[in-house]
Write a protein that binds this ligand. Structure first.
Ligand SMILES: [Zn+2]
Length: 114
């Protein structure tokens, strides 16, 4: 979970506006903004995200083509009970760490080293 306090689901209270790699502006929840920027820096295309506002698990959605890369980077799929074959949403890594710090990304380092 994240550090939101009193932010309702669907609210834009805790967002920052980031410029996506394609130049489009996008409102992103502050708790996961650094992580989203990092994911974009890999060339992964996101379809949507939410930090969960400390109420429910957050998610980072990516396009089909990038799901394999996310898994190899150590991301866990956030399964959708309604559609178990849908593996396009991932649990933000910044939620795995109590201090809210990002873990760093072994796969990416290995991938770059080649
Ligand atoms: Zn949050």
């Amino acid at each position: 979970m994240c550090n939101c306090v009193n932010v309702k689901m669907g609210s834009y209270d805790n967002q920052v506006t980031l410029k996506m790699p394609d130049g489009q502006l996008m409102g992103i929840d502050k708790c996961i903004a650094e992580e989203i920027k990092y994911i974009w820096s890999w060339g992964v295309k996101t379809t949507g995200c939410c930090c969960g506002h400390n109420i429910q698990e957050g998610y980072i959605g990516v396009i089909d083509k990038d799901t394999e890369f996310m898994k190899k980077s150590g991301y866990r799929v956030l399964f959708n009970k309604e559609s178990l074959s849908d593996e396009r949403n991932f649990i933000p890594k910044s939620h795995n760490n109590k201090k809210g710090e990002l873990e760093y990304y072994e796969y990416e380092d290995r991938y770059r080293a080649r």
